[in-house]
Design a protein around this ligand. Structure first.
Ligand SMILES: [Zn+2]
Length: 185
């Protein structure tokens, strides 16, 4: 038995989601999204990616994959409330069906020591906002340094503070560099 099944979605050249796999739907439901095929298919993929910077990177990757015919692979982190999860994504252009294929797989998980509830953290004051990298989940400290969210939480805890800020999704310099390299001609 495979503990981490692959989950896939397919996107048309114009960016509409045309299909999702059963495993994709169960992954979404496991993440607490109230979702089924009817309310995903036909929607534009950008509706599910909030950060403009990340959308731009996806667009570049998709163009690159389609124009070269070479699939792109990337790694990113997307946690559940209980676990750190390291994902691998492969984007390929299916010339025959004229669709992009996104195949995801969780490579590794690690239990989180402290549960991080980012949904509950939404809605904090404007100046409490944290920038979080959408790819590796590092957060930017007030000093402009990018650190693991666990380290950020530990240091806040040490100061008797709680993580209450709003989260802005962004890309850290390391991930930007990696992503730009993977789309370079
Ligand atoms: Zn990053």
């Amino acid at each position: 038995m495979d503990m981490h099944p692959e989950f896939s979605h397919w996107v048309s050249q114009s960016g509409d989601i045309v299909d999702v796999s059963e495993t994709w739907l169960s992954f979404a439901r496991d993440n607490g999204w109230d979702i089924d095929t009817k309310n995903v298919v036909g929607h534009h993929w950008t509706e599910y990616v909030k950060c403009a910077e990340v959308r731009k990177l996806y667009e570049q990757l998709m163009d690159h994959v389609r124009s070269t015919g070479q699939p792109a692979r990337l790694h990113y982190r997307c946690d559940s409330p209980e676990q750190k999860r390291f994902h691998q994504m492969k984007i390929a252009w299916d010339r025959r069906r004229s669709v992009y294929e996104f195949r995801n797989r969780i490579l590794e998980t690690e239990d989180l020591k402290n549960k991080i509830n980012l949904t509950a953290a939404q809605g904090g004051a404007e100046d409490d906002a944290f920038d979080m990298c959408s790819w590796c989940k590092k957060v930017k400290t007030p000093d402009g340094e990018w650190v693991n969210i666990e380290d950020m939480l530990a240091s806040l805890e040490a100061q008797g503070q709680e993580f209450t800020g709003e989260v802005n999704h962004d890309a850290c310099p390391d991930c930007l560099a990696t992503l730009n390299t993977s789309v370079a001609p």
